[in-house]
Design a protein around this ligand. Sequence first.
Ligand code: ADP
Ligand code: MG
Length: 977
Amino acid sequence: MKPLPRSGDSKATPRRGPGGLAVALGLVFLSAAALFTFWYLPRQRAEEIANWSRDLGVRADLRRDVLARYFEDALAGARTVAGYPSILQALDPATGPVATRHVAELLEQFARSQGAFGAALWSVDASRVAATSDLVLEDGCARAAREVLASGAAAVGIHLHATAGPVLTFSAPVKSRDGVTRGAVMVFESPARWLYPFLVRKLSGVDTGEAAIVARDGGDAVVLSPLLERKDAPLRFRRPLGALGFGAAAAFDGSEAVSPRTDYRGIRVLTTGRRLPPSAWALVMKVDEAEALMTFRANALRAGASLAAFILAASALVFALAERRERLQEAALASSEARFGALLDGAEDAIFLLDPAGRLLDANRRAERMYGSDRASLLRLSAADLRAPGDTDGAAAAMETLNREGRNVVTTVHRRADGSTFPAEIRSRRIELGDAAFLIAIVRDVTERRRQEDAIRHSEERYRALFDGMLNGVAYCEMLWEGDTPADFIYLVVNRAFGTLTGLKDVVGRRVSDVIPGIRTDNPDLFETYGRVASTGRPESFESFVPALGIWFSISAYSPRKGHFVAVFDNITERKKAEETLHETQRQLAQAQKMEAVGRLAGGIAHDFNNLLTVIRGYGELLAAGLEADDARREELAEILKAAERATDLTRQLLAFSRRQTLEMQALDLGVVAGNAEKMLRRLIGEDVRLTFSAAPDAGLVRADRGQIEQALMNLVVNARDAMPDGGPLAIRVFETAAVTALPSVDGGTPPGRYVVLSVADKGGGMTKETLEHAFEPFFTTKETGRGTGLGLSTVFGIVRQSGGHIRVASAPGAGTTFELYFPRVEETDAPPAPADARERGGAETILLVEDESSVRELAARILRKRGYHVLTAAGGDEALAAAAGPGTIDLLLTDLVMPGMNGAELTNRLLGLRPGLRVLFMSGYPGDVLSRYGLSGSSLPLLTKPFDEAELSRRVREALDAPGGRLDPRAEGSPV
Ligand code: ADP
Ligand code: MG
């Protein structure tokens, strides 16, 4: 920038004061000469100096304002950068490495946007963390950084760089949220770029004018900028404060007065100084006294020479001189204005001079370009006119604070001549020049700065949005070791999902042992894995349950840097729960299958046992009948028979469990059945157990065997009694329910449907999970030997399952037990049972007896022959067909149903072909569901179930022979046989 004087330059500021008296010149000549020499000249000199003082003062003020403005802007830039979160992260020893590259780019961008030649980030120990790429940092830079770090305040500095020469630094501390200084951002600028040219520029209208910046260093003044006669002065030229001759000492003491002294060249000068906040430097300006007083001296000579003429024409001259003085003063002012304008024009910002009312008095070139308007048009405006439409109030308010407080800074929107607008930052100051007050406004178009700041902020925001937008939780942690063992870790950075997934808050900077107490003992695996990842650097994925949070995590961990790891995780608790439910269902199913298998085994044994018992009891009874009444062996035989009977009971229970007993199914009202059994049950439980009974009156009917239901109820009540040795409440309830969805139950599941429920609930000791798992198995008991058989619940299980029902149990140790028997509800009632009760008499008819088990066959034959029947025996179907092929009548076919080879049904079919009138009675030890596998429906056949006793066999045979309708034809039933 070069000075652009607009008005004619003038060095002449002559002052010629009025003389003394117009008349009696001769008389006053001497006194006038004396006055001239001793009074007039010194006064003129002082006045000249005062004029220079004002002149230098205005120049110094302007420069100070522009420099202060420049420093503050540069510091504001450094502060903006210091405030970015990534800068703070980069200073964190842990997060640093991730953020550093990002920060280096950020510094690069920033330095570019500022026209600085570099920028650096220092850590708190003044070691460099990041810097723009081609910046060489050396000791001087570190020293400057240390000063900022020590003071914790932003600072302007300058130091001598070995390669770059003097460098200007603008530093701002980086502070953590709690105000602790963590580092410093330093922006490097070359003073040669703007500062020095601004200073060394020759003062307009002054030949010997010079400005410099000095700093105080102990008792010395160090010159920071080039001097006209010593270009290498910056930071190398120093003198004792008072000896510099620049008035530096006075400036540092706050004095702004202009005073004559001798400068570094040994020449007398007029100087003035200004403190230069925010720096600690002073701006000093001087002009050679010779130049300053040149006009004064010339004038003095001239004045002396013309003193005579002056005296001669005193009165005339008084007016003439007065007039001239006025003119010259105007000229001086014009000259001052010209210099002032030149300075303004050199600035980077638009600079306005205004009167206190806000009217523009002057504007620099830059203002013309900024507002797209020529100076003349600008000077017709006032401050309010520069503002964007609708903001004139703002202008008035700003003007008012400015006049009141002397300075202000405003950010607003200004308008160009073409109507377009731009963001403007205005720094204004009120200055007093003599009696008049003026306003100086420095306007900067901050469009570009805003754009750069926005760009940097957006890049920062994008990075953060990406991180925080992740659905997975991310935690960046540093591992802490005890020797080789991972002992703890610190959360350095976490994203937003971290909080949502774990429910943890404010974890950054804290140890996990503090965030989740007990985690190290709860999850040693977690520590081991993270430790491995942090030390080997190999990524690992795993699942882990954290009991303290009650959360299952699926985690992928990797290590961005040795000793650190990043965990990316998801909360999979819901999925785990679903898996557990699935396992439980599978376990129940397995349990049901086990019961089924045990049932088949028990049933198979019991079935064969039954046949044997039938024989034992049959022969025993026959033997007893043959003994004399007083025979001593009668008693022994009775014992045998009693044992056989008990054995029969046991097998019946086993058969019940394996669902192989023959049931007399009928439509039952469970409420009635249970009600009838109540009296018997009360006897069973003793006095301490309080039995309550309730049955919903409209609970529907179920299809079941009455005796079996009673049996089941009894078994449950006995168990409840055993569970409450000291007594307690026992509730039996019957009610109806509609299971809408499948319910879990002992047997693997209760499908949706309508059920009548028989519930038995006690408040006894309850069962452990373990006991409950085995309770329904035959021979499982927790009771002492002799007290429990372990068949109670297995019988209940068989009875309920055979009736198409289901069992649900709720039990827990100490909380009592509730058994619920679910029977499907049926609609129909049964026809009243046939009253027939055939007598137990014999007959003379011929019976064909077919039975593969020889002992049963022999027993039945003996019983029937004893009653007078003619019995033909056969061990199987073929033998029977052979016997029937012969002549003679056969009145009844008594045949086992399930036989090896030809079964009973098939045999019947074939025989009916030979002898159409034949009556049939089947025998079987299998229940109806087995028979149906042979295509036979148990309830539709005349069936004698094994084991039978003598009386029953006789009665059923007689019934069969006497039955109306004669022959039986299974085909009529739609049977396949
Ligand atoms: P037992 O009664 O002969 O032991 P059960 O089959 O009736 O055989 O019962 C098996 C086991 O189930 C019992 O030994 C007992 O541990 C447990 N049990 C059955 N009912 C109850 C109940 N109401 N309260 C506590 N435990 C019970
Ligand atoms: Mg029992």
